[in-house]
Design a protein around this ligand. Structure first.
Ligand code: PMV
Length: 308
């Protein structure tokens, strides 16, 4: 039996705009999904026959990375699914890792490439941000240009994303989960339709790209005040792009008094928001009182790894 695990992530800045080739900055978090792979009489997931519709990511991962006899895949998740915390990327990455691990060694670049293909097939359109962050861990900066600390370049059609390692200083974040499950694919499609037809939406995408690069600078200087302001501005632009949700707004407002900045994270439409804070307990309390589920997370955690 092979067992591998991979972390979820939070997108600190740049979601959605990154699908259009703009920069994004994502941090691995200390909630993981682990996948165990072992021989079986039929293809199955957690002991149930595999069904493409119900196990979209795992079944696409099999198509991408497995050509042996039937296997069972058991998954064990600390991440709420559809929460904007990268559960689909973590399940895909850990699964591909468990299918391809050889002599206890993983090939992160190969895993990141295959996992991106899987997300792209299942979601219709994707950037490599989630899958590369789940693979590499720590911090990941995705940009259209090559910079220092390049990990790999992933291309699809006319787009190329350069994926870089990014150092993560000690920062305290609280996630606020709305409890509303939102699928990424339709939200990405909705933003594309809007951007294709609206000048303000195009400008919002460009501005998000600038915010990310300023954010990398602020992160490097440990300037939480600046980073928080950039998060707030990024959140407003995501609302303009139509991926906000009233339940997210309630949590974002509730955290304002105790944080440097707040924003939705991931695809939006529900899912989660994040708050950068110096007082996680107070921020978590504010989220609970506003009806959300707080998760105090550590950032900059280890990427995909072999567990057994
Ligand atoms: O909500 P998640 O964890 O699926 O994150 C989606 C991030 C997007 O930028 C909206 C899509 C992508 O593939 O980058």
């Amino acid at each position: 039996m092979n067992v591998c695990s991979a972390p979820g992530k939070m997108i600190l800045l740049g979601e959605h705009a990154v699908v259009f080739g703009k920069p994004a900055l994502a941090l691995a978090i200390d909630l993981r999904i682990s996948s165990s792979v072992y021989p079986s009489s039929q293809y199955s997931v957690n002991g149930h026959p595999m069904r493409k519709k119900h196990h979209a990511y795992i079944s696409a991962a099999l198509d991408e990375a497995w050509n042996g006899p039937p296997i069972n895949i058991d998954t064990d998740s600390e991440l709420p699914s559809g929460s904007g915390l990268g559960s689909s990327a973590a399940v895909t990455v850990s699964c591909i890792a468990a299918m391809t691990v050889s002599k206890g060694k993983l090939d992160p670049e190969k895993i990141a490439r295959k996992a991106f293909e899987v997300e792209n097939v299942v979601q219709g359109s994707a950037s490599p941000t989630d899958t590369s962050t789940s693979t590499h861990g720590q911090g990941v900066l995705v940009t259209p240009e090559r910079m220092s600390d390049l990990l790999w370049t992933i291309s699809k059609g006319e787009r190329s994303w350069n994926v870089h390692h990014c150092d993560v200083p000690h920062l305290e974040f609280v996630v606020g989960y709305t409890g509303i499950h939102a699928a990424t694919g339709p939200l990405v499609a909705k933003v594309k339709k809007f951007v294709d037809s609206d000048e303000n939406a195009k400008m919002a995408i460009s501005r998000v790209g600038e915010i990310v690069l300023d954010g990398v600078d602020a992160l490097g200087r440990g300037d939480k005040g600046k980073l928080g302001k950039l998060m707030d501005e990024n959140h407003a632009l995501l609302n303009l792009l139509g991926v906000g949700h009233p339940a997210l707004e309630v949590l974002v407002e509730a955290c304002r008094g105790t944080s440097f900045g707040t924003k939705l994270t991931g695809a939006g439409g529900g899912g989660s928001m994040i708050a950068l804070t110096d007082d996680p307990e107070k921020t978590a309390k504010a989220i609970t009182e506003a009806g959300g589920t707080p998760i105090v997370v550590e950032v900059g955690c280890e990427g995909v790894r072999v567990e057994k």
